[in-house]
Design a protein around this ligand. Structure first.
Ligand code: PRX
Length: 640
């Protein structure tokens, strides 16, 4: 298989970009021609950012799994679709060819049907990184059920909130998951999440850790039993559900600046075309290469660049169950060596963490199979970029710095590996069809250079196929969050610079969202969780620069009583946050304060807290409008 729409030179990129802007409809329909459709579209694009309403390939009928599986069977049925590396390096890896994956997906799709799952039903998936997770995702897509994958690090309360918001009726989970030295008791977390739940009718449980679990009669069933039943009926293939281009494919929850995560909804056709197009172009994928994206399928990166992008392109996708530092900090390099990985796509936080172990873990690791490296999730600092280039890519592998978001579905700004230029810590140029603009706080386009660059809030003025369609159950929230800050623009929430070549550098979030180890966490969410702890009167959470995580979480907390033990109270608060959100949201620092810097109208001046957390003591800006300016000194003196 080759990709006629793969860009192969800088000149061609420039030409294609121009064409994509001048005539987006002709451009995207020419790409879409290369997919399998039950019926072609009537209209390439309908859009209005005010409502917002965006439709791509309206009227078309398809099933994304026919593009990810069926269409590869004839020529590439024996090509590995998924190579799976277990958490424990002594356990045997698994490999599923396209034919095998097709069979498994069809069988599990039949299991879902047998259990009453119907088109449009919301299915929550809470599993570790095993091939069955990809199978579950694709099986949902096969029958038109909407999957909502929840990352294995979220707490029972977070799952309960997501189940409730999506009105999910089915759950697919495992008894447990192996992650590094830990066993995560997934089913037991699900059981807690289901206390008081009234919508879920069935839980399907795959056995991974063989941890003792409770199985509730008439609600919980074993994956293996259900699959056996289907096999006994000789089912290896089932017809895919015919989906409308704009039917929802999945919901994925992500944090924003409010206390409640939003269910970002992606639609079948546009998401498929765009993830495939960006996969093929950004990574310059060549059939036969092994693509290793280290993300978890619980995040958008895993959805788009482990599952849908690679599989729709007939690629071989490597899936890893464990963590980069288990059993030691050489694990990624062992995997590259063992499976002869050609493309490695990871996060700056992982690179920084592995860098901190020095070069020893790289010894005797053959990384010569690597051809292309990628990063995603947060700005990559130059030091990490150069380390990655020198020690992993041996200065022979182009590095793609890919900027995008859960809401964008696929990569929007990135160099194309080896085709367009790279620049350390710059994501560089927009993808074809993507029209970025920088605006000031009033929404006016920034047109004056400041020290050789334009600086502003990063917005997008035209739809691309995998733009989010809504936030589940609350379209108004989608409008106010993304389309209301600046009229007729999608606002990303990020700040950015643009140089004279049109290269973009993302400087980070300009809203109250933190990026901790590449994970998005809303400060309001963490505050809500801290405030749930008995004895906490009020709290304010800000980010601060963290060597490995990119940003750390700094909490200023007013407590009524620590019972004489600050340290224990800190631990109590951490427990509370873990219970309410999950361990990923635990503050790195908790400073007890007697008050917070507030304006006379009662608004917390986060700017001041942010500066203090960053270690700034002098230039805190204007503090005269504060209700009690003295509090600033107290907080400064108590800084951790
Ligand atoms: O701030 C940007 C940062 O991650 C945010 C999106 O987070 P999430 O929806 O969880 O998706 C992460 C994976 C796509 C963005 O608003 N971000 C993502 N990629 C980059 C980045 N910041 C700088 N450079 C990047 N390459």
């Amino acid at each position: 298989m080759s990709y006629p729409y793969q860009i192969t030179s800088l000149d061609q990129y420039k030409k294609v970009y121009q064409e994509s802007i001048q005539n987006p409809e002709a451009f995207w329909s020419s790409i879409a021609e290369h997919f399998t459709w039950r019926k072609k579209w009537n209209n390439v694009l309908n859009w209005n950012f005010a409502t917002p309403n965006v439709e791509w390939f309206a009227g078309a009928k398809l099933n994304i799994t026919e593009n990810c599986l069926d269409r590869h069977l004839e020529k590439n049925g024996d090509t590995p679709a998924i190579i799976w590396e277990p958490n424990n390096p002594n356990e045997k890896p698994r490999m599923l060819t396209y034919k095998k994956l097709y069979e498994r997906v069809c069988q599990f799709a039949q299991v879902l049907k047998n259990n009453g799952v119907q088109k449009g039903d919301r299915v929550c998936i809470y599993m570790g990184m095993i091939p069955e997770l990809a199978i579950a995702v694709l099986a949902c897509a096969r029958i038109g059920a909407i999957h909502s994958v929840v990352f294995g690090g979220f707490s029972a309360q977070s799952i309960a909130d997501r189940l409730e918001d999506a009105k999910a009726t089915f759950i697919i989970t495992c008894d447990g998951a192996f992650r590094g030295a830990k066993d995560i008791p997934l089913k037991s977390v699900i059981d807690d999440a289901l206390i008081g739940n009234t919508t879920v009718v069935r839980v399907i449980v795959y056995t991974r850790t063989r941890t003792p679990i409770s199985m509730i009669k008439d609600r919980d069933v074993w994956w293996e039993d259900e699959m056996k039943h289907v096999e006994e009926h000789g089912i290896y293939s089932i017809e895919a559900e015919e989906m409308d281009a704009e039917d929802p494919l999945f919901i994925l929850y992500t944090s924003g600046s409010t206390g409640k995560p939003k269910g970002v909804v992606h639609a079948c056709a546009g998401y498929m075309v765009y993830t495939n197009y960006t996969f093929v172009n950004v990574f310059q994928y060549k059939p036969g290469q092994i693509h290793f994206c280290t993300a978890d399928i619980g995040w958008i990166t895993g959805h788009s660049y482990i599952v849908y992008g690679p599989l729709s392109a007939g690629a071989t996708s490597l899936m890893f169950e464990g963590i980069p530092t288990y059993p030691d900090a050489g694990r990624f390099w062992d995997i590259v060596d063992k499976h002869k990985v050609n493309i490695l796509y990871t996060a700056p936080t992982a690179i920084r963490s592995l860098m901190s172990f020095g070069l020893e873990p790289l010894q005797n690791k053959d990384l010569s199979s690597l051809e292309i490296l990628g990063t995603v999730g947060e700005p990559i600092n130059e030091e990490a970029w150069h380390w990655y280039d020198e020690h992993i890519g041996k200065k022979k592998c182009p590095i793609v710095d890919t900027w995008w978001q859960t809401e964008t579905g696929g990569i929007l700004i990135s160099n194309l590996a080896g085709i367009t230029p790279s620049k350390p810590s710059w994501a560089t140029l927009p993808m074809p069809g993507v029209q970025m603009t920088l605006v000031d706080d009033k929404g006016n386009e920034v047109t004056t250079l400041e020290e050789g660059v334009y600086k502003g809030n990063l917005c997008i003025s035209f739809p691309w196929p995998s733009i989010l369609r809504t936030t589940y159950g609350d379209h108004e929230r989608c409008r106010t969050n993304y389309f209301a800050t600046y009229p007729n623009l999608y606002f990303t929430g990020d700040g950015a610079l643009k140089d004279e070549n049109g290269f973009f550098r993302i400087t980070g979030r300009v809203d109250d969202v933190l990026n901790v180890s590449g994970h998005r966490i809303g400060t309001a969410e963490v505050e809500n969780a801290i405030n749930m702890h008995a004895g906490v009167v009020e709290s304010a959470v800000v980010g601060y620069p963290h060597d490995i995580k990119g940003q750390g979480i700094y909490a200023f907390v007013i407590v009524s009583n620590t019972h004489g033990d600050d340290e224990l109270t800190r631990k109590d608060i951490l427990q509370t946050v873990t219970r309410v959100i999950g361990a990923i949201a635990k503050p790195d620092k908790i400073q007890f304060v007697s008050g917070l810097p507030k304006t006379r109208s009662g608004k917390i001046m986060r700017r001041i807290l942010r500066k203090i957390a960053e270690g700034e003591t002098e230039n805190l800006g204007d503090t005269t409008t504060l209700l009690d300016p003295n509090i600033v000194d107290e907080i400064k003196n108590g800084k951790l």
